[in-house]
Design a protein around this ligand. Structure first.
Ligand SMILES: Nc1ncnc2c1ncn2[C@@H]1O[C@H](COP(=O)(O)OP(=O)(O)OP(=O)(O)O)[C@@H](O)[C@H]1O
Ligand SMILES: [Mg+2]
Length: 285
């Protein structure tokens, strides 16, 4: 069976995209028994660091097992290697038996898109053909490992990139984490149009696009009123992620393996609620 594919994306930065990907991946792999693959599409490499830790990240980078190296072979024509060979198996500092694999990103990933564009445009491709090419490459990569996973999560960079477009174009579901404030809500309107178009191309309806309220401060009347507006206007997760140090601290890698309760401490229950709701929404029950 093919895995469920989900992009976590928002044009806005710092809204908790990478954190959402890491929490969902760890909880669903460790406690839900799902086989999860995380693909880091952001040159900032935040989710790579969260899930692999710096030492492993350096090791993978030196071993040329990064998303840049995967696309590099198509842009520069290096020796072809299977997509599977680029994936780091068994990441995360959560203890226990879990299948959580990761394709890391590095800061150099920033350059690939530009180089690919320069090269392919010189060869006579137009922008649409370029986008199709990225999209085909991403699609065939995921197809090649489809049997190994129940869930593939794409962590998208802020803003937009060809890779993020490709991920959205192949994902069955889109999660848009957002902080409940006015500016963020405006941003969602703009981004949703794009997401809806991507869904419609595959005859999917917009009920596959979900907003997740993050960094919620219950004591802020602005957050309370904006969260209510978001719930009125969009398809919003019942689970709301509070602003809490427990979540910010959990981002730091631990060399000692730990349980979900240890890692997420006071935030563990809300992370579990999110994972359960997500699982139901994507139909992995
Ligand atoms: N619920 C939360 N409570 C407290 N801190 C949080 C929460 N969610 C995320 N953070 C912190 O906020 C910062 C931004 O989070 P994160 O990196 O997940 O956002 P992002 O949307 O992926 O950012 P970018 O757009 O740069 O990729 C990080 O330092 C993270 O640890
Ligand atoms: Mg991020």
């Amino acid at each position: 069976m093919s895995p469920r594919t989900v992009s976590v994306v928002n044009m806005k930065g710092g809204v908790g995209k990478s954190t959402t990907v890491a929490c969902l991946a760890e909880t669903l792999a460790a406690e839900g028994g799902l086989r999860v693959l995380v693909i880091d599409l952001d040159p900032q490499s935040n989710v790579s660091m969260m899930l692999a830790g710096q030492d492993r990240w350096i090791e993978l980078r030196n071993g040329r097992r990064t998303i840049d190296d995967y696309f590099d072979q198509y842009v520069y024509g290096g020796e072809p290697r299977f997509f599977r060979e680029f994936i780091a198996p068994g990441v995360s500092d959560i203890a226990g038996e879990l299948t959580l694999d990761l394709l890391i990103s590095t800061p150099e990933f920033r350059n690939i898109e530009r180089h690919a564009m320069e090269k392919w445009i010189r060869q006579g491709f137009d922008m649409q053909q370029l986008a199709q090419r990225f999209s085909r490459l991403t699609h065939s990569a995921i197809e090649s490992v489809a049997d190994s996973y129940d869930l593939v999560l794409f962590d998208c960079p802020p803003g937009m990139s060809m890779f993020a477009e490709a991920a959205i174009g192949l994902s069955e579901f889109i999660v848009i984490p957002t902080i409940p404030d006015y500016v963020s809500r405006l941003g969602i309107f703009a981004f949703r149009k794009r997401a809806i178009r991507a869904m419609e191309q595959r005859r999917f309806t917009e009920d596959r696009i979900w907003t997740l309220i993050t960094k919620f401060e219950a004591a802020s009347s602005l957050h309370v009123s904006e969260a209510a507006l978001l719930k009125d206007q969009f398809n919003v997760f019942e689970t709301v992620i509070p602003q809490t140090e427990h979540i910010a601290r959990a981002a730091e890698w631990s060399d000692v393996k730990r349980s979900i309760d240890r890692k997420y401490a006071g935030a563990a229950p809300v992370i579990r609620r999110l994972a359960a709701e997500f699982r139901e929404r994507v139909g992995l029950i």
